[in-house]
Design a protein around this ligand. Structure first.
Ligand code: APR
Ligand code: PHB
Length: 390
């Protein structure tokens, strides 16, 4: 088999890139290790920057998002018994974010790909990348016990943090930058009305808490826990008690406890791989970088990589120019490092670090008080939260 762009991974990065390429008439094949039901069921974050929404529109998959997504004009920072609202719209000259689950984004993209008749090979095992240093790269994989080969012009490694693409690059050609945080997030999804109309990020002496949502009838909550914490030790009652303890009274009073439909612990990590291009292999999304979820940047960064990579491929096929391809890595990394900085900063300001002194805790509260009292500092938070320009 032969295609123009071989895409490894059917997460948001691979599916969005595939959909944009297909609409541009650029042939592509997606190879995915898991089955479609597994990919559809994964529960992840849910805040979309305006730029991400714009790309989903361009990909022709934004109808349901516009019907069901919740446009948010602001969010709150809770600390020291206070609840300070960051007015995103007012501070950014009219920009907002949209709350719409990544699970739904994935479902919309999968449906659009199926409708377009583009080829996706699910349950493709033992994927290997070949000859991406030269002009004729190939990808081999096993499907139903038979080994196959896909010849292509380019390989897009959209296969997430644990994928094969980044690991196929010789160690000497890649630099890795990493910070692992000494805690995780215990998350609960429940079919109860959200505690507040907007998201609440809370700093508390016992640890961070977040009130989020998927819809007016579905809430998503998180509390900071030690990474080694066992989900089995957290009954729904214990979770909601702990959540409410970490929130200002007015927000705690709005929490409706209810049976969890999902409960899991996720570790927090910052990670960047440089560069993101190796000959005819390009990395995008979680394959190249991870952010802690505190800034809601994971999915949005995947979308901005795809913005640059799609533009580069389109330019190559339309104008026979390699300029976009040659500039991809540097361009993507400039935006990635700024989102890494913002996510690290939000994480540092809002979490309880086990090794921290009481001095460090006072500094956190001073920083939050400064953000709340300064238009300049609030504006910096707001412009990062809604997403920096592409
Ligand atoms: N071969 C084929 N597919 C693979 C392989 C492999 N060896 N390894 C992983 N995959 C698939 C995974 O099963 C998954 O479907 O690649 C896909 C990667 O998807 P994601 O991990 O969702 O990464 P990405 O598409 O870049 O999306 C980034 O997802 O994790 C969140 O916070 C992150 O929101 C961000 C978004
Ligand atoms: C979520 O709704 O899952 C969510 C929202 C905001 C974040 C992280 C996660 O910063």
């Amino acid at each position: 088999m032969r295609t123009q762009v071989a895409i490894i991974g059917a997460g948001p990065s691979g599916l969005l890139l595939g959909q944009l390429l297909t609409r541009q008439g650029i042939d592509n094949v997606i190879l995915e290790r898991k089955d479609p039901a597994y990919v559809r069921a994964r529960i992840r974050a849910g805040v979309l920057e305006q730029g991400t929404v714009g790309m989903l529109e361009e990909a022709g998959v934004a109808d349901r998002l516009h019907r069901e997504g919740l446009v948010h004009d602001g969010f709150s920072l809770a600390f020291d018994g206070r609840n300070h609202r960051i007015d995103l719209r007012a501070l950014t000259g009219g920009k907002t974010v949209t709350v719409y689950g990544q699970t739904e984004v994935t479902a919309d993209l999968m449906d659009a790909r199926a409708a377009a008749g583009a080829v996706s090979i699910y349950e493709a095992g033992d994927i290997e990348l070949h000859d991406f240093g030269g002009d004729a790269p190939r990808v081999s994989y096993t499907k139903d016990g038979v080994r196959h080969e896909l010849a292509c012009d380019f390989i897009a490694g959209c296969d997430g943090y644990h994928g094969v693409a980044r690991k196929s690059v010789p160690e000497a050609s890649i630099s890795l930058f990493e910070r692992v945080y000494p805690f995780g997030w215990l998350g609960v999804l429940a079919d109860v009305p959200p505690a507040a109309h907007e998201l609440v990020y809370a700093n508390h002496a016992d640890g961070f808490a977040l009130c989020s949502m998927r819809s007016p009838t579905r809430s998503r909550y998180y509390v900071q826990v030690p990474v080694e914490e066992k989900v089995e030790d957290w009954s729904d009652d214990r979770f909601f008690d702990e959540l409410r303890r970490r929130l200002p009274q007015e927000v705690a009073d709005g929490v409706t406890p209810g049976p969890s439909i999902e409960k899991s612990v996720a570790p927090l990590r910052s990670f960047v791989a440089e560069p993101m291009r190796f000959g005819r292999l390009f990395l995008a999304g979680d394959a190249a970088h991870i952010v802690p979820p505190t800034g809601a940047k994971g999915l949005n960064l995947a979308a901005s990589d795809v913005r640059y990579l799609f533009d580069a491929f389109a330019e190559y096929y339309r104008e026979h120019s390699s300029a976009g391809i040659d500039g991809y890595s540097a361009r993507a990394l400039r935006r990635i490092w700024k989102a890494e900085r913002f996510s690290w900063w939000m994480t540092t300001m809002l979490h309880r670090f086990p090794a921290d002194s009481t001095f460090a805790q006072r500094i956190q509260l001073a920083e939050l008080d400064y953000v709340a009292g300064s238009v300049a500092a609030s504006t910096a938070v707001a412009e990062n939260y809604v997403g920096l320009p592409y």
